[in-house]
Design a binder for this molecule. Structure first.
Ligand SMILES: Nc1ncnc2c1ncn2[C@@H]1O[C@H](COP(=O)(O)OP(=O)(O)OP(=O)(O)O)[C@@H](O)[C@H]1O
Length: 303
């Protein structure tokens, strides 16, 4: 059971990806200073050295050693910590996850409604409520916000991390144009809750309602709701892809007649074998993929 709001937390393990927004190390230092000085917290800081470290660190936390594990990084780092906590099983997963967003898109932070300033972030970590978050699982890998196959997964797979560090979200726009020019991919056969398969050019399975920052793909999706929202982009081709992108950025997508959202508990996506599946902005699986709800709930600190 999540603990009530207002109970001060004292012992934090902070898992920091120093490569996610390196210029934001100062922001993390400011959050930790408030935690220690105002809330009297004991902070243990561990820096990752590469892919997989954040997950291993979260998995290795001894039972009862910390009141919360804080992921300080981008959505990729948070996703690793989510998987590390989840791998500990139902009991271990009950350690609350806190977030200090330092990445490019920070979709989970937007979904949680985290305050942008250091004081507000520290307050949420020390005194916020623990939201019972239902996660999705794609071929055994957990995700908190979304998983998808199609154009966005191909973009995530190829986006240049150096360009992302240099120009932020613009790197995704550059890679999207490159993937559109390259063409290919799909179509995908999507089976929702064992029903009749439907064909789609792209599919996003949402757990939260934000996408790519503060764009909305699945208006009714909520982290605490034990349901997946399957977003189907029906039509193939560059022109349609550009139209869908415009729809997402202009907030018009949910009104498109060739865009559908189906609530689900289990989704199977088939298509070109080995096509990437993105989860929380990193490639977490390959087609074919079986996506369902995780059998455990993760407490996540929120305002
Ligand atoms: N010390 C490290 N050196 C190099 N890469 C690392 C290190 N620690 C973690 N990584 C890798 O860095 C990658 C990017 O991390 P993350 O997604 O958190 O940040 P980001 O890409 O800046 O943010 P966003 O996901 O919001 O775009 C992940 O794939 C992670 O495995």
């Amino acid at each position: 059971m999540p603990e009530p709001a207002g109970v001060p937390r004292r012992r934090f393990l902070v898992i920091h990806n120093p490569v996610a927004g390196p210029r934001r190390a100062r922001r993390l230092r400011a959050v930790l200073a408030v935690l220690e000085q105002r809330y009297g917290a004991a902070v243990t800081l561990q820096a990752t050295g590469g892919r997989g470290d954040a997950e291993a660190m979260a998995r290795a936390v001894a039972p009862g050693a910390f009141d919360a594990v804080i992921a300080a990084g981008g959505d990729g780092t948070i996703n690793e910590v989510v998987n590390g906590l989840g791998a500990r099983g139902a009991e271990g997963a009950a350690i609350p996850l806190g977030v200090v967003p330092l990445g490019t898109a920070n979709v989970l932070a937007h979904e949680l409604g985290l305050p942008p300033d250091a004081e507000g972030t520290a307050r949420v970590l020390a005194e916020g409520r623990a939201l019972p978050v239902h996660l999705g699982v794609a071929n055994g890998r957990a995700f908190a916000m979304m998983a998808g196959a199609g154009l966005d997964a191909r973009v995530v797979e190829r986006v240049d991390p150096r360009l992302k560090r240099l120009i932020g979200k613009g790197a995704y726009a550059v890679e999207t144009l490159a993937r559109l020019a390259a063409g290919g991919g799909g179509p995908y056969r999507v089976t929702v809750d064992g029903g009749e398969p439907v064909e789609a050019a792209s599919v996003i399975v949402a757990k939260g309602h934000f996408y790519g920052g503060r764009f909305v793909c699945a208006p009714d999706a909520r982290l605490t709701d034990p349901r997946l929202h399957v977003c189907l982009f029906s039509k193939a081709g560059r022109g349609n892809a550009l139209r869908y992108i415009w729809g997402v950025t202009a907030g018009r997508l949910p009104r498109f007649p060739d865009y559908r959202i189906l609530p689900a508990r289990r989704v199977v996506v088939e298509g070109p074998a080995g096509d990437p599946v993105q989860g929380d902005g990193d490639v977490i699986a390959r087609l074919p993929v079986d996506i369902a709800l995780a059998p455990w709930v993760l407490p996540v600190l929120a305002p």
